[in-house]
Design a protein around this ligand. Structure first.
Ligand code: RIB
Ligand code: CA
Length: 313
């Protein structure tokens, strides 16, 4: 009965994932959710500086695929620093809690292949791109080959905060704060179908220790590193049983898997403040321009149930 698996494979939607994976953070979980859903053929993973420097993110992405027994997904090193933002600038801004790679020693630069890989892959076969880290790679691909905008069938972005406070400074979400110039380029681009899964909706997708416990006591191959990272890192359920976690990259992945988890959205002409200062990286609503579909409301129980089911079995 070889036919059935072939039919399932044929039904899988090709996607590219651009991410900034820590040792095992929301990026890694989002990748695991997409693989476990069985709905997608991951055409490639590109890594960008964000949570950690891109060299470390590359190793983390490869380790996650190995944990999932996935061998045929190419992983490429992308932007090892933002278009303009630097650790020295960030030190002057005193970000709220988390400055990501800016707080880490920068490794020696290596050859970046992600942007050319994105361009070549999309020119061969237009497809959906899931961007769950700073948008440096996507921006550089648009700068290098503007026509690629028409080859990105849909860009689903985890990032931004439109009508809610930021989580890196008072107004900017981390992915947009880490590289504001890149976020501006992408949001003002001609990519026809841009979807923003930002803090406006992620702040509603909250889960607690019972969900963490179910995953840790489940059967997933990553349950041990998940316990370590989510138990002692963010959200820290093993340090504080009352801790709460937000679904960030995981919600963007959940939306791809089951769009009905989102119950309200609004199309807005968006940009990003690239003036160095208190609002550096903040989303701006423009009077006109290319639109972005901003996700505004989530069916949180449905999203959390999907998250839990995909990660416990
Ligand atoms: O603000 C949340 C985002 O910042 C997520 O993508 C998380 O991985 C970090 O990169
Ligand atoms: Ca991320």
């Amino acid at each position: 009965m070889l036919l059935l698996p072939l039919m399932l494979l044929a039904a899988q939607e090709p996607i590219l994932i651009d991410c900034d994976p820590g040792k095992f953070t929301d990026d890694n979980v989002a990748i695991a959710m997409l693989i476990r859903s069985g709905k997608f053929k991951i055409a490639g993973i590109t890594v960008v500086a964000g949570n950690v420097w891109a060299n470390e993110g590359l190793r983390n992405a490869r380790a996650t695929l190995q944990m999932m027994d996935v061998e045929d997904v190419p992983v490429h090193l992308g932007a090892q620093q933002p278009l303009r933002h630097t650790a020295e600038m960030a030190a002057k801004e005193k970000p709220l809690e988390f400055a990501g790679a800016f707080d880490l020693r920068r490794p020696r630069a290596e050859k970046e292949t992600a942007v050319d890989f994105l361009i070549e892959t999309l020119e061969k076969q237009p497809m959906t791109v899931l961007a769950i880290g700073p948008l440096t790679n996507i921006a550089q691909a648009l700068q290098k080959k503007p026509s690629i905008a028409s080859k990105i069938k849909r860009l689903v972005i985890m990032g931004g905060a439109v009508r809610v406070p930021g989580n890196s400074n008072k107004t900017a979400e981390f992915n947009f704060w880490f590289d504001p110039e890149a976020a501006k380029i992408v949001l003002e681009s001609q990519i026809a179908d841009k979807v923003l899964v930002g803090l406006d909706v992620c702040n509603q997708a909250v889960y607690g220790k019972p969900v963490f416990d179910a995953i840790v006591s489940g059967k997933a191959p990553f349950r041990h590193i998940f316990r370590e990272q989510f138990g002692y890192g963010y959200p820290g359920f093993l340090k504080d049983p009352q801790a709460k976690g937000f679904l960030w990259d995981e919600l963007a992945a959940a939306y791809l898997i089951d769009p009905s988890v989102i119950t309200k959205s609004e199309d807005l002409p968006l940009s990003v403040d690239e003036n160095f200062g208190e609002r550096y990286g903040a989303v701006q609503i423009r009077p006109s321009g290319p639109l972005t579909k901003v996700m505004l409301q989530v069916d949180s129980p449905k999203a959390t149930k999907l998250y839990s089911e995909l990660l416990t079995r």
